[in-house]
Write a protein that binds this ligand. Structure first.
Ligand code: BYC
Ligand code: FE
Ligand code: FE
Length: 481
């Protein structure tokens, strides 16, 4: 049996990393645990902590049967530590150590860089739970409420995965970082979360669905890049986390799809053909297509910032060190060292947007972002099918990558969603055409009324096609206490 196939489900912390035999790490994690529960109660979902939620819990690493579904109170969720099974003889797949055996311990010379990557990854997980903590009160159905909480507990579990790596492999400074992960707060002026997008609000369910579609997918891309790591415990951790990520993106993709479905049906029933007749559409109590486009613009641009600078020596160093690879590095067929390769990057040169060939090593953030954009384009095309089927003349579109950016090449200029450069005055005048205005926010906030009756849905969203775990339409996904 390869190392990592046996899962110990008896102790406080379900795991397949041999915690029962590893007293030091077990003790460190058991010491960290109460602070985590305090954090969950203080900063996790508001309310519903005593409710029984029909949740999936990861209990194994066998791809065919890694999870069970049952009613659980969230604070009693089994936040386990599960690494994908060890691949015997695994080699470092890229960088200057390419072909050497993968590291089972932290390579001393890269210790700080590795710790930073793990801390940044870990920081995003509790941040997203904090951002989503108020959404339960306005859930459009029990089905959606359950999906929100599923995403939340799994992001909590992802924090455990990173904290395990810090406690196991980084000693005293790892312990300090693990504490700090419970101390930073999304949006806090003094102790913010590390990355920009994780300090933004998630004020309503349309934002939640856009976030899980766009931002959880950055999670997927970054985890894929870290799954290639020469530091084997990080690779194994990320590989397992990716199995859960698919559901988070499903929640976002289908959430937006169901909103579009409802809007288009309501317009069809009322005989409204013009998608820009926002007032008429809003009188139907559904979300108009132009505001969905604005939310898309916002969440896409916020998420692009998470890829970092287009030209980055951090990214080049992490690649050369063998710590962070490219998307599906092991499927690529070049030399995996990239010393002579170049890559095209859109840059801002004297206020204009131009494409330049740059050394591939310094363009790795850009490359991952390109892989990401390809994926979201496919998702947006699926959303557009719903609109087209309803015969409404409207197409959702990704804005230009330079639009509304706070990090990187385009953070100093303003462009419209088509990529035309605007001066400050034009941007200020037209911003509310491109991004949700306070009126848009108020309209959506007004729609957000909870619907907690079994099998029923708020009027602005269509029911899902199938239930979770094949449950029937009127299944009680959350027993609210
Ligand atoms: N906000 O060389 P650069 C997820 C900083 S999401 C604030 O371009 P690098 C999830 C940067 O830290 C996935 N600061 O950066 C999703 C650096 O600072 P220092 C999370 C930023 O390192 C949904 C400086 O600017 N995982 O899992 O190439 C729900 C120079 O920048 C930002 C990871 O991100 C920003 N947006 O790239 C739940 C993977 N961008 O060091 C969970 C680990 C850059 O000079 N992280 N800066 O002080 C990384 O790989 C890299 O840290 C980044 C940045 C890709 C984020
Ligand atoms: Fe996560
Ligand atoms: Fe996620």
């Amino acid at each position: 049996m390869p190392e990592g196939m046996h899962v110990d489900y008896d102790g406080l912390i379900p795991n397949n990393v041999g915690l029962a035999q590893d007293l030091r790490v077990r003790k460190a994690l058991e010491t960290w645990h109460p602070g985590y529960i305090d954090w969950w109660k203080e900063m996790g979902p508001v309310g519903f902590q005593e409710s029984l939620v029909y949740l999936r819990t990861a209990i194994g690493v066998d791809p065919t049967g890694w999870a069970v579904f049952d009613y659980v109170k969230m604070p009693e969720y089994k936040w386990g530590i599960l690494l994908a099974p060890k691949v015997e003889g695994r080699k470092i797949p890229f960088g200057r150590h390419k072909g050497e055996p993968a590291w089972q311990e932290v390579p001393g010379e890269y210790r700080a860089m590795l710790r930073r990557l793990i801390v940044v990854q870990g920081d995003t997980e509790p941040a997203s739970v904090e951002q989503q903590r108020h959404l339960g009160a306005t859930a459009p159905s029990l089905y959606d409420l359950r999906n929100l909480f599923q995403v939340n507990v799994e992001e909590g579990r992802h924090l455990w995965q990173m904290v395990y790596l810090l406690q196991k492999y980084f000693g005293a400074d790892g312990r300090e970082e693990a504490e700090a992960l419970l101390e930073r707060r999304s949006g806090d002026a003094d102790r913010p979360r590390i990355l920009g997008a994780f300090n933004e609000a998630t004020p309503d369910w349309l934002s939640f669905f856009m976030f899980t579609f766009f931002t959880d997918r950055d999670g997927k891309m970054q985890l894929e890049a870290l799954a290639q790591s020469g530091f084997d415990p990080l690779s194994r951790s990320c590989r397992f986390m990716l199995t859960e990520e698919a559901h988070h993106m499903f929640v976002g993709a289908t959430g937006v799809q169901r909103i579009l479905q409802r809007t288009v049906s309501a317009m069809n029933e009322a005989g409204i053909e013009d998608p820009y007749d926002v007032e008429a559409v809003r009188r139907l109590g559904v979300i108009d297509l132009p505001v969905i486009q604005k939310k898309l613009n916002l969440h896409f641009s916020l998420t692009l910032d998470l890829f970092g600078n287009e030209i980055s020596t951090n990214a080049a160093n992490a690649f050369e060190a063998g710590l962070k690879g490219r998307y599906r590095e092991d499927k690529l067929t070049d030399d995996h060292q990239l010393h002579n390769a170049t890559y095209p990057v859109l840059r801002c040169v004297s206020g204009r947007i131009v494409e330049e060939q740059v050394p591939a090593l310094s363009a790795l953030n850009m490359r991952l972002r390109d892989d990401y954009v390809r994926e979201v384009e496919a998702g947006v095309a699926r959303w557009n099918q719903v609109i087209a089927k309803g015969n409404i003349n409207f197409k959702l579109k990704l804005p230009h990558v330079a639009f509304n950016r706070a990090i990187g090449e385009f953070s100093t200029i303003h462009v419209d969603p088509d990529g035309n450069i605007l001066d400050d005055a034009a941007w200020a005048a037209r911003k509310s055409e491109f991004l949700p205005s306070s009126d848009d926010g108020a309209y959506i906030a007004d729609l957000m009324k909870p619907m907690f009756e079994r099998g029923r849905y708020a009027g602005w969203i269509a029911p899902p096609r199938v239930g979770i775990d094949n449950k029937p339409g009127d299944f009680e996904y959350v027993r609210i206490v």
